[in-house]
Structure formats: C-alpha cells, structure tokens
Design a binder for this molecule. Structure first.
Ligand code: DAH
Length: 349
C-alpha cells in the first residue's frame, strides 16, 4: 500500500473513530491517536523519506489537509458531545411545572386577641385608656389594696400560685385598678381605664377550667359616678359583643372590692331567652362581674370616699370568646392546634 492509499485509509478509519467516540475521554484518545505528536499523521510524515521526492509535496499537502479535516471533525464531535451532555442533564433535572407548589401558611390573630383588640377599640372610643400591670404581683396589690386583708375568707375565692411568700401570679386583673388609681391625678379629671391581661389560678384543667386565662378589668372613678353609669356602660359592652338585640340584667353578687356588687347576664343568644342547653334553660347567660368601688378601695388609693367614687368591672376574655363563638373546650385557647386557630382568621390579618 503506498502512502496515498495509507492516507485515504487513515481518513476513512479516523473519521469513523471520531464519529463513534461516545464520550469526551474516548474522543480525546482518538484525537491523540490521529493528530497527536506521536499520532498516525505524524507517523506518515516520518515515513516521507520513503516517498519519491516529486511526490513529497503532495503527500505533505494531503497530510495537512487531513489534519485540518480531523481537527474540524474532532471539534465538532466535542461540541456535539457537550450538547448531548447538557441535553441529558436538562432532561434529567427538568422541573415538572404541573406539580403542586409548596404552600406557605399565613398566621392569624389568636381569637382572644381578636376579642381583646375589639374591646380595646370600643373602650378607647368611650374615652378609656388601656393600662398594663405586672403578672407577678404582690399580695399588697392583688389583695390588700382591694379590700382583702390577710385572712379575709374571700381570698379563698381564687386559689393562687405563690412564687415566694409575698408574691404570686396575679389571680385577677383587679390589682391594676389599685395601681392606676394610686397614681392618677384626679385634679386633672376622671380616671377611665381598662386593663386586659393574663391571670392565673390553681385549677385542674378540663373543658371548662383552666389554670390561666385572660381578663379585662375596667374602672371609672370620679366625683358623682352612679350605678346608672355602670349599667349604661356594661349594657353597651354586652350589646357590642353579643348583638344589639340582647337584653341585659344585673343580679346582686359579692366581690370584696365593690359594694354593691353585681353580675351581669345577657339574654341567651342561642335561644333568644326561651331556654336551651347553652343557658341551662334559664334564658340568661352570666357574662361579667361588676359593682360600685368599695369605699375602702377608694381610701386605700389615697382618696376621700365621700368625694370620690366609681364603678368597676371584670370580664373574662376567654369566656366572651367561648360564648361568642361556641367554643366547647377552654384548653383549645392555649394548645395551639392550627385547625382551631385558623377558624378565626379575619380579612385584615
Ligand atoms: N376580679 C374579679 C374576678 O376575677 C372580677 C371582678 C368582679 C372585677 C367585679 C371587678 C369587679 O372589677 O368590680 O372574679
């Protein structure tokens, strides 16, 4: 076989090898074998001495031509392999846009917070200010200032958690009354305040009892405050929360810090007063405790009970939520089951 035939054969074989190299590594081997320094083309050039001098030029030309062809094909093959690789990768990692997306869940206001915010807005509209007090309270404010001296039997009305001999987790929001009244400058006008917050009592938790719940305290103190003011204010609250067509009534009751003391009932919103399981067939539902501030409480705050007086009330925010939304287990308020919590989602959340 003369050199021309060799070149022609190399061309045929080489192109076939380039075409069948199935990956970059194999292609590189082919490149080295064909056009590398010690490759087959170089080998042909080395055997030039065997070629008749008049043919050498042509052989040289053919070899160069073939090197160009090989190089061009090798580059092209490499491009194709890369393209194939990218295509395979794309196919493998393709995103299936028909898969359902991952949902992010929006939080929502807690139902107690909803009731609290609503009541705050309501009372602020009537000129009340919102006051906070400490949850770890001392006996002085939780009891003594509220006309509950040591050994007073009414201290047993609320089983308390003591944290040391004189401090306790407040059992009611009423101490905030005493704290605020003591500080208020009555020369500058009436005190009208509410104080929402958590309270704690020793209780065995079940569907209707909880060791922690939320209350809202209210207090109005000035000269010439009457029981009519108390009745009008509480009636407005009850109608605001439970509906304008509710009836209300006050029943005599007992709290150490008020005299007289009352409890307010609203006509049952479930049966409209006819009698059902919600109102235990009485037609009425108890919603809060209230009364005219006891002269001792006024005196304890440094005021003259002959000049100053007022009314106070305490309502349970949990109780309001239970009644308003028909919640049947008070523990739902603090066990954080989102299926419960999201039921109260509001538009503006
Ligand atoms: N502190 C009372 C309780 O927790 C509720 C209460 C009743 C507060 C009458 C008052 C009030 O201010 O006047 O049971």
């Amino acid at each position: 076989m003369d050199l021309f035939e060799k070149i022609a054969k190399l061309r045929e074989d080489g192109l076939a090898q380039i075409q069948t190299a199935e990956n970059e590594k194999k292609l590189n081997d082919v490149r080295v074998a064909l056009v590398g320094k010690k490759g087959q083309l170089t080998e042909i050039l080395h055997s030039m001495k065997e070629v008749a001098p008049e043919n050498r030029r042509e052989v040289g030309q053919k070899v160069n031509e073939l090197r160009d062809i090989f190089n061009a094909r090798l580059d092209k093959a490499k491009d194709n392999l890369l393209k194939k690789l990218v295509e395979e990768k794309l196919a493998k990692e393709a995103i299936d846009v028909t898969l359902p997306g991952r949902k992010t869940y929006m939080g929502s206001k807690h139902v107690i917070r909803i009731i609290q915010d609503d009541l705050e807005k309501f009372f602020i509209g009537m000129g009340f200010k919102v006051v906070q007090g400490p949850e770890i309270e001392n006996e002085h404010y939780n009891f003594e200032m509220l006309n509950l001296p040591k050994d007073h039997p009414a201290r047993d009305m609320q089983a308390t958690f003591f944290v040391d001999p004189s401090h306790l987790l407040r059992s009611q929001t009423s101490p905030v009354q005493a704290r605020t009244m003591e500080k208020h400058d009555f020369e500058n006008g009436a005190l009208k305040m509410i104080s929402p917050g958590k309270v704690y009592r020793r209780d065995d938790d079940d569907a209707t009892h909880s060791h922690q719940f939320a209350q809202m305290e209210g207090l109005v103190v000035d000269k010439n405050i009457t029981m009519g003011d108390l009745k009008g204010t509480l009636e407005a609250v009850a109608k605001h929360v439970f509906g304008q067509d509710r009836e209300t009534r006050l029943r005599p009751s007992y709290f150490p810090f008020t005299e007289p003391s009352v409890e307010m009932d609203v006509s049952c919103f479930n049966c409209d007063g006819k009698g059902c399981s919600v109102c235990k067939n009485t037609g009425w539902i108890e919603v809060l405790g209230a009364g005219m501030v006891h002269p001792n409480v006024i005196r304890n705050a440094g005021l003259d009970p002959k000049v100053y007086g007022g009314f106070a009330f305490g309502l349970g925010l949990d109780r309001f939520a239970i009644l308003k939304y028909g919640v049947d287990d008070i523990r739902d308020f603090y066990t954080n089951d989102v299926r419960f919590l999201t039921q109260f989602r509001q538009e503006e959340d």
